[in-house]
Design a protein around this ligand. Structure first.
Ligand code: AMP
Length: 411
């Protein structure tokens, strides 16, 4: 099936061709015609499935079908994190490059004034994180009264991060008549409730089964002692001559320490996490993408939605304490038809986490002990929380109410 048979217009087909895409992905095949028919959509799709083009292409087409004079916000895309907002913004610009629409990204952590100027100049499409969007609403620097399309991207993450009330506030000021699209990787009861209140007889689209890991990712566990993980990571990077690897740590402190050690070992590295300024995060990501740094060390929240084409290696330096995060992490590799490798360095402390992950993904992950790093059988498991105050204090609380307000993101 080709993109043209999905009913997309010439300017979009040309932009798609420029990207080198030859075929729509499964989510695109399903979502594009349904969205073009004007229906609300509830879509289950993870990052890496091509979901962004799946909603951006039909959105741009529909905006183009009904030309309006002047620029006012007709489409609002909400995302949980700044990184995802920036990436969706890039996609809108990429796919819309032969169309006359103006779009911009609105998120916190950067000065509000340039955003106000852009809003004043007129925009057709706004991609925003909820917190900063509401700042603009309260300052009356944004007019959402003419929104025709609302898209919630990674809605499950938005709820996880405590944005439900912000979302409700935004919904309350949007025009009642509009097309709504909700994308989520998972379907908790909370998501179903949100979908019920937001969507009008939605078409249901699901491409990747909940919590299933994609088949083209080779997963491996390297058992190792906790104090030798850094050494093993350096060994793997050097032996494999890895040029681009995303490494996950559980904590911000751990990310910084690991970055410093890699640099000491002569491996260029950068870290991204919530304590870094937006500019520092953007720079780290850019350096990683253009090959200036080989290793990007990230925490789960900071890494959400990072989109890097054909990322060949993802390493779990530490297993996540929330099993679903494992699926999200390794979803950064093996994307859109490219193979990828997800490696986890697992020490004796983490066996319970591993059990939880294997139960969730319903498969046993192959283990491969590297001879020089064979774990010492006499080392006893230690509870992860007690090793240091820094450990685990960034674990995502189960409910938003448990989370201190300064951990709220998107402002
Ligand atoms: P997403 O799931 O939206 O984050 O997209 C994942 C990656 O797939 C992005 O890097 C896109 O550029 C890429 N992509 C999207 N659609 C296609 C397609 N039809 N063919 C090949 N790559 C695609």
């Amino acid at each position: 099936m080709s993109f043209s048979s999905l009913g997309l217009s010439a300017p979009l087909l040309k932009a798609i061709q420029d990207q080198g895409y030859t075929q729509p992905t499964p989510i695109q095949k399903q979502s594009i015609p349904v969205i073009l028919s004007g229906k609300d959509v509830l879509a289950g799709a993870q990052t890496g499935t091509g979901k962004t083009a799946g909603f951006t292409l039909p959105l741009l087409q529909m905006l183009g079908e009904e030309k309006k004079s002047g620029h006012y916000i007709r489409a609002l895309i909400l995302t949980p994190t700044r990184e995802l907002a920036a990436q969706v913004g890039d996609s809108v610009a990429t796919y819309g490059k032969y169309l006359p629409f103006r779009s911009s990204v609105i998120f916190g952590g950067v000065s509000i004034n340039p955003q106000i100027k852009q809003l004043q100049a007129g925009l057709d499409i706004v991609i925003a994180t909820p917190g900063r969007l509401l700042d603009h609403v309260s300052q009356k620097t944004i007019d959402l009264s003419k929104v025709e399309f609302l898209i919630l991207d990674e809605a499950d993450r938005m709820l996880d991060m405590g944005f439900i009330n912000d979302i409700k506030k935004v919904l309350a000021i949007l025009p009642k008549k509009r097309q709504n699209l909700l994308f989520s990787a998972t379907f908790s009861d909370e998501i179903k409730r949100l979908a019920d209140s937001l969507l009008n007889s939605p078409a249901l689209i699901e491409v990747a089964k909940r919590n299933a890991t994609s088949g083209n990712i080779k997963q491996t566990i390297h058992p190792v002692d906790r104090d030798r993980k850094k050494e093993l990571l350096t060994h793997l990077i050097k032996e494999g001559d890895w040029k681009q690897v995303l490494v996950f740590t559980r904590t911000k402190h751990g990310a910084n320490k690991l970055m410093a050690q890699l640099e000491k070992d002569g491996i260029t590295a950068a870290a991204i996490h919530g304590n870094k300024s937006q500019n520092a995060r953007t720079k780290a990501l850019a350096d990683f993408k253009n090959g200036e740094v080989r290793v990007l060390v990230a925490t789960d929240i900071a890494a959400r939605g990072i989109d890097i084409d054909q990322l060949p290696h993802v390493v779990n330096f530490e297993l996540p304490n929330i099993a679903e995060d494992y699926v999200h992490r390794i979803g950064r590799t093996g994307r859109a038809g490219n193979g990828g490798e997800a490696i986890s360095l697992v020490c004796v402390d983490e066996h319970e986490y591993l059990k939880g992950i294997e139960k969730l993904i319903k498969q046993e992950i192959p283990k491969h002990t590297i001879k020089e790093f064979t774990p010492d059988p006499f080392i006893k498991a230690e509870p992860i929380q007690q090793r240091s105050n820094q450990r685990n204090n960034h674990a995502r609380p189960k409910t938003a109410a448990q989370r201190p307000s300064n951990q709220r993101r998107g402002r």
